[in-house]
Design a protein around this ligand. Structure first.
Ligand code: FAD
Ligand code: NAD
Length: 461
């Protein structure tokens, strides 16, 4: 049996960064990945990168061929090719980063625990062959997988997709149905509407983005409507049936019990993701999981088994690329640094949803700040008031900030405007460095830029 200083299960975001850092410190590292199509993990293969590439392509398609489905279809195929090219480039780069390092060995296969320091690797599901590896430290970085709700007909339909499969389909849907209006549902809706598909989202909840600022979520809902994206809230999907040329979703509006039938030619399941623990045999290592199947870790990311750590989506909770990266920093800090980093010291964490315009948020919403009894003042700025939004011909949206009137510190900020995923990082920087809101009011920004809008937004405080 081969022995390593570190075994990393899953070639995901945090794991690949950790592998290189450990190897550069002369650790012998084994990385185990179950699928060569997933070298480099979710983000570059089926997550952030392909989706944002396609959203960018769709914005371009929308501008030039707004109502011409045939021409849009052609652009969709070309966009898929460009997306595939980028994904292949990044995947190859990711593999090179590991395989060029003499201290790293990349193994193809599915890993499972035999005991806390030994894993079994099955290279191919078709064969009974396997080998074992022993590690002084083991890092679980197996990511997450789509949740498939228990809906009649879902398993047998030919028209059902997940975010991982829809972007391999060559046919641009005429009418895309989406179940779920979280980040994935909204981003795919934006993408396909941009390419000219009609999009209808069926969301079980009573409001869009329940954790977002209510006012901003309402702006977004109105904006999506103008883009041919219909959102049906309170929707309880009971069954799905294939027809000669598509799929019918039968659902009930839970607010009044009215039954509906909706026809489309493709249906995306976007009802959340769950930690990928299925094959790991965690009991053999006495690694505990929570009720949602997330691996339980302490604030240093150690699991309940000695010398076994977990990073990224497999812990459950918030699932973002940058949290997996930060998890790797925390682990490195505990292995080689001053041991001061913790998952508790990184809040507030911003997020962004890449609709058109996109929405980004950090900190508290207005409702949350009120509930906590803070003395607050609120400022709002329509995106159309920012000259850069006009030069970009994207004036849709609203910016909103909440400041504590006693401390003059920013409590929360929601930006629904072009470039919001970039702007929110400026706000995050001010919040995390403990500066007052006046830092943004008086800062010199380039012109014309969306950042200038922050001068205006924070003028009120
Ligand atoms: C469509 C989509 C869009 C997204 N967009 C964004 C975005 O814009 N911004 C953002 O921050 N986040 C985004 N995310 C979330 C982000 O992609 C994830 O949070 C991040 O990639 C998780 O990385 P990870 O380190 O947990 O592992 P992953 O990158 O998921 O890697 C896990 C790897 O482990 C492998 N594996 C699993 N089980 C085993 C096993 N038993 N043995 C061996 N290998 C195994 C898997 O094949 C996979 O390659 C998006 C996600 C999706 C699905
Ligand atoms: N831009 C980004 O950072 C980005 C982009 C995509 C995904 N992600 C991450 O990926 C993860 C998964 O995203 P997601 O959008 O699938 O999950 P999500 O949990 O964010 O949203 C799922 C939505 O589906 C709804 N839903 C669940 N079951 C339903 C049902 N049976 N019928 C109708 N609606 C139902 C929920 O109410 C919720 O609104 C999230 O953690 C997300 O943060 C991030």
């Amino acid at each position: 049996m081969k022995r390593y200083d570190a075994i990393i299960i899953g070639f995901g975001k945090g794991g690949k960064l950790l592998a290189v850092e450990l190897a550069n410190r002369n650790w012998k590292v084994a990385v185990i990945e179950r699928s060569p199509d997933m070298y480099g993990g979710t983000c570059i293969n089926v997550g952030c990168i392909p989706t944002k590439t396609m959203i960018n392509e769709s914005e371009f398609a929308e501008r030039i061929y707004q109502d011409d489905y045939k021409k849009q279809s052609k652009l969709y195929s070309l966009a898929l090719r460009r997306k595939d090219k980028l994904v292949t480039f990044l995947r190859e780069k990711n593999v090179e980063n590991l395989t060029n390092n003499p201290n790293i060995t990349l193994y193809d296969g599915t890993a499972s625990f035999l005991c806390p320091d030994t894993v079994k690797v099955v290279p191919s599901p078709e064969s009974e062959d396997y080998f074992e590896l022993e590690g002084k430290e083991i890092f679980i970085n197996t990511g997450s997988t789509p949740i498939l709700p228990d809906i009649d007909g879902l398993k047998n339909s030919r028209y059902i997709y997940t975010s991982e499969t829809l972007l391999h389909s060559e046919i641009l849907p005429q009418h895309l149905l989406i179940i779920g209006s979280g980040a994935i549902g909204l981003e795919f809706a934006t993408m396909y509407a941009g390419f000219g598909s009609k999009v209808t989202i069926l969301e079980a909840g009573k409001r869009l983005l329940p954790k977002a600022d209510r006012e901003i979520a309402e702006y977004m809902q109105e904006s999506l409507k103008r883009k041919n994206i219909e959102i049906r809230l309170n929707a309880r999907v009971q069954s799905l049936h294939d027809t000669a040329d598509g799929i019918t979703a039968a659902y009930t509006d839970a607010s009044d019990g009215t039954p509906y039938f909706l026809e489309g030619d493709a249906l995306l399941i976007a009802t959340g993701r769950k930690p990928m623990i299925d094959d790991l045999n965690l009991e053999k290592a006495k690694i505990q999981v929570n009720a949602q199947g997330g691996i339980i870790v302490n604030e240093q990311l150690r699991t309940t088994a000695p010398h076994v750590w977990a990073l990224g989506d497999v812990k459950g909770g918030e699932m973002y690329d940058y949290l997996s990266i930060d998890d790797s920093r925390i682990i490195l800090n505990h292995l080689f640094g001053n041991k001061e980093r913790s998952v508790d010291d990184r809040n507030p964490v911003p997020y962004a949803i890449f609709t058109d315009p996109p929405m980004a948020h950090i900190g508290l919403t207005e409702e949350e700040a009120m509930k906590r009894g803070y003395p607050i003042k609120i400022s709002r700025l329509p995106a159309s008031a920012i000259p850069r939004a006009r030069t970009l011909q994207n004036m849709d949206g609203m910016l909103k900030a909440i400041v504590n009137t006693d401390t003059e510190k920013i409590l929360g900020c929601s930006l629904f405007c072009v470039d919001a995923p970039e702007l929110i990082n400026l706000v995050a920087f001010v919040m995390k460095t403990g500066q007052k809101s006046s830092a943004l009011r008086n800062f010199i920004f380039t012109h014309p830029s969306m950042s200038e809008g922050l001068n205006e937004l924070f003028k009120a405080f």
